[in-house]
Write a protein that binds this ligand. Structure first.
Ligand code: DGL
Length: 267
């Protein structure tokens, strides 16, 4: 096996800013790792798209980026893309691919009432992948699912410093609470990487007695294990790449810098 280039980046991929919730955890564990953060903002949002559309974008973009940037590892920091395309991407690329899938297992361990809520995108919540996680880890529990597409836009706005109508959070909470048995929810899986960026707002909307779980910490630990022992050297400032150069990207500069991403480029 060839030597790892110390400057070979970790490539984190999402449709938008959601993957930053994963990057924050990766930074904690691997501060010296060179990172490329890639956002398919030209395809955002993924949630309302068909499986075929998401798979085509994700496989095409990751294939292109793997050739161009030679990452040591790719993290699909997006539940929608992972639950649809993780297997396909692993089939075609020869580097480790770490996915982001709904944290149903820790939620099932944590719930005391036995009723778990799951907020994701419309595409994620209908995936057989989620059915399998439920069957494997949440047996004997009740898992209520709801799509919360407005939260994706809310996270994008919040990180650009734009105001968000708090009714968005109330509607997301109600979409679970108003389902039969929803009043017993004590644990909510944030099954979209955008949603942990809104945890304080969601905590207010759900009220006391509800805990939130997501996969970012576990994903970062998995990445750290996979690169354990490899040389890490940041040869150039870490970059954020976007598939569409829209005017709003300028509003993200400060946020991206706070995640250690000091260059913005178009893919
Ligand atoms: N951040 C993404 C996820 O984890 C998807 C958001 C979207 O593009 O709809 O599912």
């Amino acid at each position: 096996m060839s030597e790892i280039d110390p400057a070979a980046p970790l490539l984190l991929f999402d449709s938008g800013v959601g993957g930053l919730s994963v990057l924050a955890e990766v930074r904690q564990l691997l501060p010296a790792a060179p990172v490329i953060y890639a956002a398919d903002n030209g395809g955002l949002p993924y949630g309302p798209k068909t499986e075929a559309e998401v798979a085509a974008r994700v496989c095409g973009l990751l294939g292109r980026m793997a050739e161009r940037f030679r990452p040591r590892l790719i993290c699909i920091a997006c539940n929608t893309a992972s639950t649809i395309a993780l297997g396909m991407v692993r089939d075609v690329l020869e580097i480790p691919i770490v996915g982001t899938v709904p944290a149903i297992k820790p939620a099932a361990e944590q719930t005391r009432s036995g009723t778990i809520g799951l907020l994701g995108t419309a595409a994620t919540i209908r995936q057989p992948y989620v059915d399998r996680l439920e069957a494997e880890f949440a047996q004997g529990k009740r898992l209520l699912r709801a799509a919360a597409p407005e939260l994706v836009a809310a996270a994008e706005a919040k990180l650009r410093g734009q105001p968000v109508d708090p009714a968005v959070y109330a509607r997301a909470a109600a979409s679970l609470r108003d389902q039969p048995g929803g009043e017993a929810i004590d644990t909510v899986v944030l099954a979209c990487t955008h949603f942990p960026l809104l945890e304080p707002e969601l905590a207010d909307a759900f009220g006391p007695g509800v805990g939130f779980v997501h996969g970012a910490g576990g994903i970062a630990r998995r990445i750290a294990r996979l690169v354990d022992g490899q040389p890490l050297h940041r040869a150039t400032p870490d970059a954020a790449l976007f598939t569409r150069a829209d005017a709003g990207l300028a509003d993200l500069t400060g946020t991206l810098a706070s995640y250690g991403l000091h260059r913005i480029e178009e893919l």
